[in-house]
Design a protein around this ligand. Sequence first.
Ligand SMILES: [Zn+2]
Ligand SMILES: [Zn+2]
Length: 257
Amino acid sequence: MLFDTHVHLNARQFFEDRDEVIARAFEENVQYMVVVGFDEETIPLAIEIAEAYESIYAAVGWHPVDAIHFDEKKHLDYLRQLSEHPKVVALGEMGLDYHWDTSPKNIQKDIFKKQISLAKDIDLPIIIHNREATADVISVLEEEQASTVGGIMHCFSGTVAEMKQCVALNFHISLAGPVTFKNAKEVKEVAREIPLDRLLIETDAPYLAPHPYRGKRNEPAYVTLVAKEIARLRGLDYEELCHITTRNALKFFGIKK
Ligand SMILES: [Zn+2]
Ligand SMILES: [Zn+2]
């Protein structure tokens, strides 16, 4: 059994055939999924999908790319309310994204910090989005003492040393499609070094499809390819890798089987 810890089944790319995509995931033994909503359009849909499927859960947060549209009063209350929903298992994704120049860094940091503070208040773990901002993400997590709630570094793309810093901060490390790319030396190195009890897998579908689907639409069934590559890199049985990562995710999200 596998657990895709980060999937956007609520994205437009799945509007036509979402149920078939989910059925294909179940056929591949991808039993559990967390659908991530990150703005006003995707959050209600994440909840709706989680309500429709017993083994699908939701995470809600505000994406850093869209930080300038975060209305503090309105949206913090909104996230707080939704966090009480029985299928909401984490806050996020939140974080910093220095790749797309859509929200100034200081606003991104501010909205990130406010969401960490909310997470501490309601005692939910957080899911971190980080693009080209690893050092700043780590210093915000340190400053805000995010280790008290812990969380996931989703689609981790830093160095082994940065991975170790995140682990020391009580974070899990989730790997996605890029670990399967032939030229992804650093991610493969990280994949070998993550403590087994902190290792998670995801697709981030519809984005970042693993090899051999690179560039195509990704879907949760393909998390099997991520698991196979990590198993190969670590010299573990595929089944064992699936078992370990699923057990980690169930425990992390507080899901009782
Ligand atoms: Zn992300
Ligand atoms: Zn995402």
